[in-house]
Structures are given as C-alpha cells and as structure tokens.
Design a binder for this molecule. Structure first.
Ligand code: NAD
Length: 715
C-alpha cells in the first residue's frame, strides 16, 4: 500500500491522519487513497488507546476532490451504470464507515476542500475551517456533468436544509469561510495554525461520535420532501427553471435535484444509495465524459500552457503597450492592469486614449458597487494605465498589442512606428480578427517576433485568447505570448495562420446558416429558439446583431476584394447585403438589425422579416434546425483540422466552447463528431449536402477517417 496518509497517536490518545499524497501538489481522492483511508479508520477503531481522530492535510489546501483523470476515461472504458454505482459506493461507504465507527472524527480544513474533499469533511463529526479567504468549500461537480457521489447531496441538506443546499449543489457555489460558518457548514473558523489545537479541544472536551442525522428524532432543517411548502416551491420552481435553462441537454442537475429530493425523504443510508445510483448513471454517460475532458482536464492543461514550446525561458510582462484605445484596446488594458502590468495605452488623439482608460474606471466603479473592489484598489489599478499619443512612451515595453482599425495600411504604419522605439527583443502582437498574421508581419522588421493575439469581446468577460502563429513566428514569440496569456489569467489556444484563423471562421458558419435558413423561409423564431435549445447562448440572428451585420459585411467585402473573381460568397450573404446596403439595419449598435431594440424594453424580432422572407407553410423539425447549426460548425472545424489550422483536437474543443459558446455538453466541435459517431456524422453531412448545398460536403480526408472509424480524441 502506498503512503498517502501519515498516521500518528499522541499521548492523549488522539490519532492524527495527515493526508499528504507523495509527488502531488494537491490531495485528490483516488482508489489508492480510499483503500488506505479505510484501513486507517479500522486502525482507529481497533486501537483501544485511541479516543478520537483528527483528519488533516499535509498540503497547502485540504483536498481538491476526486481524481478526474480516472473519471474521464470511464465512458470510453465502457463503464456501465452499475459499475458507476459501485465506484461511487466504494467511496461513499468508506465515508459512512468513518461516520458510524463509534469514535469521534474532527477535521482540520486548512484550505480549499472541493467535491469529494468537502464530502469527506461533511462525514466528519466536527469541522474547523481556516479563516484564510482561499479556504473555500464547495461541490462543483454539476458544472462538469457530474454530481456529488460521496454523500454531498445527502449530508449537506441534512445539515443546512434543502433550499440552501440546492443553490450550492446546482450552481456549484463556493463558500468562503465566513459564509460556511454562517450557514452552519462548519463548527468553527480559526487561524490556520490553530486548527489542530481547536480540533483536539473538541475531541478532548465534548466529543460526539454520532452525526445529527443518526440521532433519534432527527429532522431535516426546514423539513424535507413534499410535506414542506417552502421546499415544494424550491423543487417545483427549481425543476422548471432547470428545464428552461438546460433544455434537458445536461443530465447532471436533474440527477442531483432528484437525489436531493428522493434521498431527503428516506433514512440516510437509503439516501446515500440513491445518490450513488444517480451518480452511476451520470458517470456512464457521454455528457460527463465530454464535459470533464474539455472543461476540466483539457482546459486545465491549456491553462498550464501545454502548447508552450520547450526550451524558452519563462517570461513576465512588466510593461505592456497597446495601440488603439477602442473597444478591444480598452478591454485589454483593463485585464492587463488587473494582473499588475504597467500599461501604455496609445491612440491618435489623447481624448480617445483617455476614453479608453475610462473604460477601466467604469468597470472598477461597478466592481466597487458590487463589493468586489475598494476605492483604494481601484485607484492603484488606474494609476498603472497611462493614456498617451506619444510613441516614445512605449520604450521598454516587453510586449505591444496592436488593436487599431482593421486596416492593413494603418496596421503597417503603427507597426513601423512602434518597432522604432521598443526593445529589439520585444514581441509585437496583432489583435486582428481576420487579416492573416503572415501578411501583417511583412510590415515588421522582425517578423520572427510577430504573432497574433486574438481576444474576444468583451475582453474582461471572455476567457479565451487565440494565439496565431505566423509563418515566421519564432518559438520565443509563441512562448512569451503564451506566458502573457497566463499572466492575465486567460485560457490560450494555439492556431496556425489562415483566413479567419479558427474561431472567427467556424463561428461565421453558424451565423451564415442562420441567415440561409431565414432566406429559405424557415421561421426566424424557430431558428433562434432551436439554437438556444441546442445550448448556444443566443440564436444566430441575435448574435449577428451583436457583432453587427456591418462587421460581417465589411469582412466579406474585404475578402472578396483580396481574392478577386474566385471568391465564393457564403450562402447567407444576400441576406447580409440586403440588411446593410438596402435596409440600413446594421445591428444592435445601430439600433436595428434582425431585431428591434425599443428603448428600455426587451428586443424582439423585426416584424418586417415576414414580408422579406415569407415563412413557409411547412416548417422543419426543431432537431433538423439544430443539426444544421451544429453539424455545419463541426464540419468546418474538421476542415480546419485537416488543413492544419490547429494541430490538436483539444484546442478546437476549448476554442469552440470558450470562444463563441458552442454548447458545452458536446465537449466542443470535434468532441461533438466523436459523440454522434464519425460514420453517422458523415452520413448526415452527405444528406445535408444534397438537401442544402455543398457547404455540407465532406472531404475525402474526413470520409477516410470515417471509414476507419477514427476518433478525434483517444480518451
Ligand atoms: P475600435 O474602432 O473600437 O477601436 C480602434 C481604435 O484604434 C480607435 O480608438 C482608433 O482611434 C484607434 N486608432 C485608429 N488608428 C490608429 C492609429 N494609427 N494609431 C493609434 N490608434 C489608432 O475597434 P475595435 O473593435 O477595438 O477593434 C480593434 C481591432 O481588434 C481590429 O483589428 C478588430 O478587427 C480587432 N478585433 C475586434 C473584435 C471586436 O469584437 N470588436 C474582436 C477581436 C478582434
């Protein structure tokens, strides 16, 4: 057996079980640890000299939860619901053994305890939590397609009531120390160096080895089941809200709420059994595999810079230059200043530069109002943003990001002016949305230091940055660009240069399909609602209004003029042209587009759509509209992959979810193909190509992959 737990007994007969997994920065619940832990409980019970035990951690945090690298392979290993149940029960029954062993267990929670780590704390009879703000408790499983499977859905409601637990479990809310104490989730909050002493005091002075729910006449606080009107409200409204928000794409929240409800009206042992049954169902399903893989494992790897070229020294930006203080420049300035970087924000006139800085001021004022910042902190941050029109101020910048107008000549001019003042080893990055990086780098005297850093709007909210590698971009430049993305706490993907790169190219296929369907006579409400039912944040017409039809039009015209006669306009372009050229309905920013935007009221689809594109008597099934939207995006991603725009399926998936909101239940665009099965995918694309046009045509490369049934992800 490995040595994950250090076991000792002091002169007062108090055993300490210190969990300290060798070679790991964080304790995680693994099969190994469970077996060892179970043996330690037996030892505590068997030793007559031991009166009680303290559970502690040898790491900075208490425990992160279950080892998700074990969980992510479950679906592909063919795990059945029964095996999933067994997996959950193996852990749950050990926790129950601890709880009912007859000797008191106190836990010293010295830092974060999430998922199974928190569930272990809930099974202990006494909980002392560190007062450090990082010592958060929570059950985040639903966010990655799972649910608590080691008693969380049973013990938390029995401790603090159904209603409060629902919010914590369904929304994955993390509890800070003060909140944990206020809710009664822990018994004490104390400075981290006093935790063991406090735990021991309880064990020495008034130990109680029986959990509240194992006592006679126990009642769930606030009542359980259908007998309590308040709970009924929470369950009835809660389930309909869930159905509305998730459109039944996500089985996890439904399973969790069912376990809470059903388990709450039974004795705890039956409740734990019910929980494990629901857990088993989720673990054996494909949604959990997709979500754990993309949202946790692969996103985590991207955040740790898995794509960083080797052999380049780690770098940090202390002074950043930003060219153009418009919407994007201002947002980049804010997130960089927030990461402690000195920012020089340059525009053509000082008013524009100052306006760019005011964007940060606005965001900070909102943060202060909501209690997330203070006046002092805001002022300190604002001092680090220097608005200017003087290129000399860029001296000493290790990185400069260009975010001026989307125009090659202007971009070339600012590149030259900047390179004249910045250090020779500085990196120059363009935030262009469409212009190929290799072409822009022609204006640079050091194209090896030239990369693309494609941010998304609004920069402070959007988590992704697409790093674009130009033909001449060096490993140095890529590594340092990635270091910067990590420094500002965003998630990177690395893509190779090509028109529209990855995200803009694939995203536009969805809006194009929306406009094409509109022109075909499919009801615009059906198009918009089908997209939302598939799990996209908004419909393709609404999103087109948001990014503005004008932008889509300009990008198309630029591409058409670049490519000349060979350029093939997309199927939805006639709609775009009509709205921009004839109707002057250019999007939300202009007050009108596919939607009307009445002041102070909700937007609604423009009634004139019905005259322009009369709705057919016969409408397609909702699923057909959903499939057109999802398959079109997935197919374009496969083409990007085939063309080498990105080298890793993981990047494609992460980019699609975090860049433009491709439904997370799918795991991302390529994961979607694996999920429906590549052979089925190709057959469906063939059918759609015949019905709707060659944009659904499958390449030989993809067809050959399908013939071999080759998946994009090995796990
Ligand atoms: P914007 O029009 O809001 O801002 C551009 C700013 O650049 C303006 O303040 C303008 O005064 C300034 N500028 C123009 N010429 C300049 C010069 N010679 N020197 C210094 N400043 C100059 O545009 P934006 O939306 O912030 O877009 C900027 C860039 O980012 C574009 O390349 C765009 O394609 C790209 N981008 C935009 C988005 C988006 O959603 N808006 C997303 C990703 C990338």
């Amino acid at each position: 057996m490995s040595n994950n737990i250090q076991y000792s007994v002091d002169k007062d007969g108090i055993a300490t079980l210190k969990i300290d997994m060798p070679g790991k920065s964080m304790n995680v619940m693994s099969d190994d640890l469970i077996a060892e832990f179970s043996a330690c409980i037996d030892k505590v019970v068997a030793d007559e000299n031991v009166n009680g035990a303290i559970l502690a951690s040898g790491k900075k945090a208490f425990m992160a939860g279950a080892d998700l690298t074990e969980i992510v392979t479950a679906y592909d290993r063919g795990t059945t619901p029964v095996q999933g149940y067994d997996w959950s029960w193996a852990l749950s029954s050990v926790f129950r053994k601890l709880e009912t062993c007859g000797k008191p267990f106190a836990v010293a929670i010295n830092g974060l305890a999430l998922g199974a780590g928190f569930e272990l704390c809930l099974a202990c009879h006494y909980r002392v939590l560190s007062g450090h703000p990082g010592a958060v408790l929570g059950l985040p499983e639903v966010g990655i397609g799972l649910m608590p499977g080691a008693g969380g859905t049973q013990r938390l409601p029995r401790l603090i009531g159904m209603e409060k637990s629902l919010a914590i479990i369904l929304q994955g809310k993390k509890l800070k120390p003060a909140k944990s104490l206020e809710l009664g989730v822990v018994h004490e909050v104390a400075p981290v160096d006093e935790l063991l002493e406090r735990a021991k005091n309880w064990l020495m002075e008034n130990p109680d080895p029986v959990a509240p729910w194992d006592k006679k006449d126990f009642r769930v606080p606030g009542g359980a089941g259908a007998m309590n009107p308040k709970n009924m409200q929470a369950f009835m409204v809660g389930t309909s809200l869930l159905a509305g928000n998730t459109q039944h794409n996500y089985p996890a929240p439904i399973a969790a709420i069912s376990a809470i409800y059903e388990g709450g009206i039974t004795p705890i042992d039956a409740g734990l059994d019910i929980e494990s049954q629901y857990f088993g169902m989720l673990l054996s399903g494909v949604t959990a595999r997709n979500m754990v893989r993309s949202l946790f494992v692969n996103k985590g790897a991207a955040d740790k810079l898995i794509r960083r070229p080797e052999g380049v020294e780690k770098s940090k930006v202390t002074k950043l230059g930003i060219l153009g203080a418009g919407m994007m420049g201002a947002g980049i300035a804010y997130v960089s200043a927030r990461a402690g970087i000195q920012v020089v924000l340059l525009d053509t006139d000082i008013e524009a530069a100052v306006r760019g800085k005011a964007y940060s001021e606005n965001l900070l004022n909102k943060a202060i109002k909501r209690g997330f910042s203070t006046e002092d902190k805001a002022q300190a941050l604002l001092k680090t943003i220097h608005p200017t029109i003087d290129y000399a101020d860029l001296e000493g910048c290790e990185l400069v990001i260009e975010a001026v107008f989307e125009n090659r000549e202007i971009k070339a001019a600012v590149t030259a002016k900047t390179e004249a003042v910045i250090p020779p080893d500085a990196i120059f990055a363009s935030n262009t949305s469409t212009l190929p990086i290799t072409g822009l780098a022609e204006a640079s005297i050091r194209p090896e230091s030239f990369i693309g850093l494609h941010f998304f709007s609004p920069v402070d909210k959007m988590p992704l940055v697409e790093l674009i590698v130009g033909e001449k971009s060096s490993d140095q430049a890529i590594a340092r660009g990635l270091d910067f993305i990590q420094q500002i706490r965003k998630t990177p993907i690395v893509v190779n240069d090509s028109p529209g790169f990855y995200t803009s190219r694939v995203f536009s296929t969805s809006t194009n399909e929306g406009m094409t369907m509109l022109a075909e006579g499919i009801s615009p409400a059906l198009i918009e609602n089908a997209a939302k039912m598939a799990g996209m944040p908004v419909g393709p017409l609404a999103v087109m209004d948001e990014v503005t039809l004008e932008l889509g039009y300009k990008i198309t015209m630029q591409a058409a003029s670049d490519q000349g006669e060979d350029y093939e306009f997309a199927s939805g372009f006639p709609v775009l042209r009509k709205f921009v050229e004839d109707l002057d309905r250019k999007g939300k920013r202009f007050g009108k587009g596919f939607y009307e935007y009445p002041e102070g009221d909700k937007k609604f689809l423009w009634p004139g759509l019905a005259d322009l594109y009369p709705v057919n008597d016969e409408q397609p099934a909702v699923q057909e509209v959903i499939d057109r939207l999802l398959y079109r995006q997935a197919l374009e991603t496969a083409r990007c992959f085939e063309e080498g725009v990105m080298d890793h399926a993981n990047d494609a998936d992460i980019g699609s979810i975090f860049g433009w909101g491709f439904p997370p239940w799918t795991g991302g665009t390529l994961s979607f193909i694996d999920t429906v099965g590549i052979q089925h995918f190709v057959a469906e694309c063939d059918r759609m190509a015949a019905a709707y046009g060659p944009r659904f045509a499958v390449s030989d490369w993809l067809r050959q992959r399908a013939e071999k049934n080759e998946v994009f992800h090995q796990i």
